[in-house]
Design a protein around this ligand. Sequence first.
Ligand code: CA
Length: 231
Amino acid sequence: MKILVVEDEEKIARFIELELVHEGYEVTKTVSGREGLSLAESNQFDLMVLDVMLPELNGLEVLRRLRKSSEMPVIMLTARDAVMDKVSGLDAGADDYITKPFAIEELLARIRVALKKHGSAANVEKDAMPDLAGVLTYEKLSVDVVKRTVIYDKEPVSLTFREFELLRELLENKNIVLSRDTLLHKVCGYDYVGETNVIDVYVRYLRSKIDDKYGIKMIQTVRCVGYVIRE
Ligand code: CA
């Protein structure tokens, strides 16, 4: 497994590198966001550990540009209490984030979860039958879970990794009310440690991209319980 570490604080970068190598990962590290981006675009990595605060091209910008061409799992390193960084990072397509200072075991656990999640998603895609079974629908919305595309009335809808996962989960369980906890586990993984209101944030994003945009009421809030899409 190849991991790219982008972190401008040499001591932290070196520390992460040593630990990852010790765990058997192949590590490439760089102190520059710009170089990180070009390395990621020109090489095959399995995962990227990306610091938010980088000089010149910051981590969020690196991630935004990377997501145009790659779905590689990305774990962001953010400063303590920088809630905006976390939300922006997840919105820009990060798979997870970890707050500095962090215990290396936590980072290793997050890496394992992200790699596993990504690996199983890839396997599902490979095994999927080439028929309509991979397409979930709601009124004029269709979600192709194999191609990972979302179309509303012939118009493509662009979703981040987690927005897509949330929508998929709700559509696969149509008419069943899913709790925030269930959604959190499904969308962010069982090892997710962080704000539990993160699901509310994603629901808000999905509603603004689909419900509000197309004037429909797709995702319903069930007070004190969670969310549901009803046919
Ligand atoms: Ca930094």
